[in-house]
Ligand binder design. Structure first.
Ligand code: NAD
Length: 449
């Protein structure tokens, strides 16, 4: 059923009654949870992916995203119930669907320069199956203005914008919490090409999101919401890092000061640490920087610089720790705990561990690595040797906040290591306990514990 012209309540009813077909392009960490949730609320969902294996698994009722709790059950239930199927044929899917959602990767280099090929490729496919009254929604995070730049491609269908609707509804979640977030952790932000499309899109997301929908006045504003959320995080992490470095200089415990300062409701100092990785936070600031023509986003650029310098600071702390036990990096055995950019998720994009390992090696250290989500091939890929014990280690650097690292047995570690030095890049260890066990403990903003 075409949705343009219906009220939000009529849209909700139509979805629940199984009268709406939605094609979701991109069945990855974000797209598959969305497809499964939409199907679970009654929509007929066709998932589209270029990866044949992914399509095959989904059609067998199997989930390929291991990190997402509850997704396996949701995929199985909705495939068996006939509400969810997958295909590699994006044109066929567009012909069947009333709504097409684009949630494919938006790839960038480290300066945020976009490689939007997957998005354009999907838009081409959709244009070959587009019908009057269809709605195309982008969910992938993109620089403000990108969704509207798809219009000429979509108009190759022979239809004009207005005969079909266009909208942006940014994915405000992350790997591992997608189902929770899209069904009710945060409201959905939507911006659309016209009022009728906006009303219909409010109905679509209002069906699945208990926190409701916040409409904004344009597609570009909706794109900016998501990008600004990332910029806010980056700048505030940089502020925390800068203040933490100042605390080191002045012999203060940054965490103690931040915790006390944050009891005032206008203060939200973030956690300092080993650096910012991933596909999102280090990238979105570049969308703003690269699109600025008259403005000069100095603060945002400086924040990027500060956060990018933190892995180097971790190496400096390691040198400091080793000096305290009479060693230098050259010839020392250093164990890096954590290769992924964030705890609990097997993603390596711009992981601080990568630059830390590289620099440690440049200084002549022998570098070992362990990560509960990795194996020896991953360690090798990033230039370290895999290690599952602490034997003869001179310094341990915790780079990722994996749950497993919070429960490290310091007594056992103390027995195995050659020197007791811990650099805690994620504040996962209690410095008092580390000290009691005879460790030199250094963390960002905490060098005088
Ligand atoms: N992962 C996150 O935490 C997160 C959070 C918020 C927003 N996002 C955004 O969501 C979007 C998707 O990210 P993701 O993490 O799901 O990516 P992903 O890499 O996990 O999955 C992307 C999927 O798209 C498929 N694909 C690639 N090109 C395609 C094409 N032309 N047609 C159909 N399918 C295609 C891939 O095979 C893959 O299965 C990105 O724009 C990202 O910025 C991701």
């Amino acid at each position: 059923m075409k949705l343009i012209g219906l009220s939000r309540e009529e849209v909700k009813r139509a979805i629940r009654n199984g009268e709406v077909t939605i094609a979701v392009y991109g069945l990855g960490k974000m797209g598959l949870p969305l497809a499964a949730v939409l199907a679970n609320h009654g929509a007929k969902v066709i998932g589209v992916d270029i990866n044949k294996k992914v399509v095959e698994m989904i059609n067998n009722g199997e989930n390929h995203i291991n990190e997402e709790p509850g997704l396996s059950e949701l995929v199985k239930k909705n495939v068996e119930g006939g509400r969810l199927k997958a295909t590699t044929d994006g044109i066929w899917a567009a012909k069947q669907a009333d709504v097409m959602i684009i949630i494919v990767p938006t790839l960038t280099d480290e300066r945020g320069n976009l490689k939007l090929d997957p998005v354009y490729n999907v838009a081409e496919k959709i244009s070959q199956g587009l019908e009057k009254g269809d709605i195309i929604i982008t969910e992938a995070t993109m620089p403000p203005g990108t969704t509207e730049s798809l219009t000429p491609i979509l108009e190759k269908s022979g239809l004009k914008l207005g005969e079909f609707g266009l909208a942006h509804a940014p994915e405000r979640t992350m790997t591992g919490t997608a189902i929770r977030d899209i069904t009710g952790q945060y409201p959905k932000i939507v911006g659309a090409s016209d009022k009728k499309t906006l009303e219909a899109v409010i109905g679509i997301y209002g069906t699945i999101n208990k926190k409701g929908v916040i409409p904004v006045s344009s597609i570009k504003a909706a794109e900016a919401v998501k990008v600004f959320e990332g910029v806010y995080r980056d700048v505030n992490i940089a502020l925390a890092n800068e203040l933490a470095l100042w605390c080191e200089e002045h012999g203060l415990d940054a965490l103690e000061v931040f915790k006390a300062a944050n009891t005032q409701p206008y203060c939200h100092l973030h956690m300092p640490g080993a650096g910012v990785g991933g596909h999102c936070i280090p990238i979105y600031p570049w969308f703003v920087i690269n699109l600025a023509k008259k403005t000069n986003p100095r603060l945002i650029k400086t924040a990027r610089e500060i956060n990018d310098s933190m892995p180097h600071h971790i190496v400096e702390l390691t040198i400091k720790g080793l000096n305290k036990v009479g060693r230098s990096l050259r010839g020392s055995n250093v164990l890096v705990l954590g290769l992924t950019f964030r705890g609990g998720v097997r993603e390596f994009m711009r992981s601080p561990a990568i630059s830390i390992i590289k620099e440690l090696k440049e200084w002549g250290a022998k570098v070992f690595a362990y990560d509960p989500l990795c194996d020896e091939n991953d360690a090798k890929r990033f230039g370290a040797e895999w290690r599952e014990d602490f034997k003869d280690i001179d310094a341990i650097i915790i780079v990722t906040d994996h749950r497993e690292f919070r429960g490290l047995d310091l007594d056992e570690i103390a027995r195995q290591v050659r020197n007791r030095v811990i650099i805690d890049g994620r504040n996962v260890i209690d410095p008092k306990i580390a000290k009691e066990k005879g460790f030199i403990y250094l963390a960002v903003g905490r060098t005088n514990m």
